[in-house]
Design a binder for this molecule. Sequence first.
Ligand SMILES: *Cc1c(COP(=O)(O)O)cnc(C)c1O
Length: 400
Amino acid sequence: MMVLSERAKNVTASLTLAISAKAKQMQKSGEEVIIFGAGEPDFDTPAFIKQAGISAIEDGFTKYTPASGIIELKEAVVAKFRKDNNLDYTATQIIISCGAKHSLYVCLQAICNPQDEVIIFSPYWVSYPEMIKLAGAIPVIVNTKEEDGFLPAISSIKAAVSNKTKLIVINSPCNPTGIVYPKELLEEIGQIAVKNDLGIISDEIYEKIIFDSKKHVSCASGGEDIKSRTIVVNGVSKTYAMTGWRIGYLAGSVEVVKAMSSIQSHSTSNPNSIAQKAALAALKNEDQEATSMAAEFQTRRDFIVERLKRINGVSFCKPEGAFYLFLNIGSFLGCKLGKRVVGNSLDFANYLLEEAKVAVVPGVAFGADNYIRISFAASMEDLSHGLDRMETAMRKINSA
Ligand SMILES: *Cc1c(COP(=O)(O)O)cnc(C)c1O
């Protein structure tokens, strides 16, 4: 038997998979399962972007490109940062990767040494702790609370900093809470980084999915001393409904980008050439489609917020961006239904799947076991039916 590496043994398989596998199985056997688990827009990639991919194939743009991406796309990313974030970079500070997830992965590989500590805020995106561990580093989790609007307390961040701390990871708008960090908080975090000589990774993948005329602020825009130690990660997946194309990008110091390019050149080589051309078309166009998708997400957010307010025993912070609502179901935990005990978020998600035929992601996947994540990347019809069924299932627990 092959003995696995310590690295592999330390990685936790995604907890979300069990529920979604069961949901798909139920759908296959003809049950009408409504899926609120999606981590991607339900819209189709806009036609002009698809066409750019088709043209790339027809033009024979199907060979290797530079490992760090084509120059035209880097230039388009430079222009995007200038236009949207008022940030000035040169093309040598940009790297194109196989999705923002890959950007984050390679970046951590380029920066972390064994035993380095990386601060992340819980509830966190599922992949952060595992990617940090894969880079040999240690995730240090700072909890945020619903009553604080899921924003980290400055005192807790300061308390988490040690002489081993290397990085702080920020994700605004946040997956899974939908919370947008205010400018002042980003500046305060930036100042902590400056004072303690730390780097910041700012995951801004949901930048354009933001509601109520809230403004996205990039963490790097808090001044030159913050910008020089911040790595901004973004991509086309969520903004342009392009999750399957696998194109993400990152801006940072020339040194980090160079190191990442070397790592990328020996692992994936270039991101898909055809997808790079499609991403180029997406970034070069006015964001009409992106804006209308974001508007649709806001309509759905408003709908589910009103709907959930009517359900007893749950609470939440109104999402300000992304397409998730993080629902506190703590009051249902510990209850009994016949032989069944609903002890944690996974039990609760299983209960909803069996009783209501609605699939959600248990909060434990994000480090918060009193919650479930509801994705509203689903049609209004599904949202309406799904919430009706969830309400009935929860009423059953309340009256048990
Ligand atoms: C979806 C997501 C990503 C990664 O997206 P890619 O498809 O890899 O570009 C990164 N961070 C967060 C928080 C996400 O939700």
